[in-house]
Write a protein of this length. Structure first.
Length: 193
């Protein structure tokens, strides 16, 4: 579909983001994207805790009882995948408008690995894990100029370390640490009383 996708040359000259006829600059697009990430992560976290989200998580673990309760697992799986694809396509369109074009070289294998590593590093089981993982990956791979040459290696080592030390990710480890500290304070209060 070369007329549609541009073939090996990709798609260029994509207009920047406009909202209500106002063209946003790069700073405005970054602020809009950051606000959108917070809104989407909050909505996903609320959706995860809703009866629909509980059903989806239960369906992943034990699909037969969910099917026996009257929920069509294939329909729910399709709806969940479509919801995730809609979020990803919206993010991709924001990325394309920010960059101004998309070529086949834009998404290399290392970018795909980063996309897989982000939720693992940040924390599985929460919508904020991907956000925290993305911030950590960007800091390690882009913003540390001293580590620029070995950024991918450091991210891979960080993911391995997190998977060994805290399989639930950084947020899961912080939550365990919080629960340990609450238990410690509770035990100290009980001993003082």
């Amino acid at each position: 579909a070369e007329p549609l996708t541009g073939g090996s040359g990709g798609i260029g000259n994509i207009r920047g983001l406009t909202i209500f006829g106002l063209e946003m600059g790069r700073g405005g697009q970054i602020m809009f994207g950051a606000a959108l990430v917070v809104v989407v992560a909050t909505l996903i976290e609320r959706l995860r805790r809703s009866p629909w989200g509980v059903t989806v998580r239960t369906m992943r673990e034990v699909p037969l009882p969910v099917e026996a309760s009257g929920v069509r697992v294939t329909t729910l799986t399709t709806a969940t995948l479509a919801f995730g694809a809609a979020i990803a396509s919206f993010g991709g369109s924001l990325f394309a408008s920010f960059v101004g074009g998309v070529t086949p070289e834009t998404f290399t294998l290392s970018i795909v690995f980063l996309a897989v590593f982000m939720p693992l590093l940040g924390g599985r089981g929460t919508a904020w894990g991907a956000v925290v993982g993305a911030l950590l990956v960007v800091e390690i791979s882009v913003n540390f100029t001293a580590l620029n040459a070995s950024g991918q290696l450091l991210i891979s080592l960080a993911v391995l370390l997190v998977l060994l030390v805290a399989p639930a990710g950084v947020l899961g480890y912080l939550d365990r640490l919080r629960l340990w500290l609450v238990g410690l304070v509770h035990d100290r209060r009980k001993a003082d009383a």
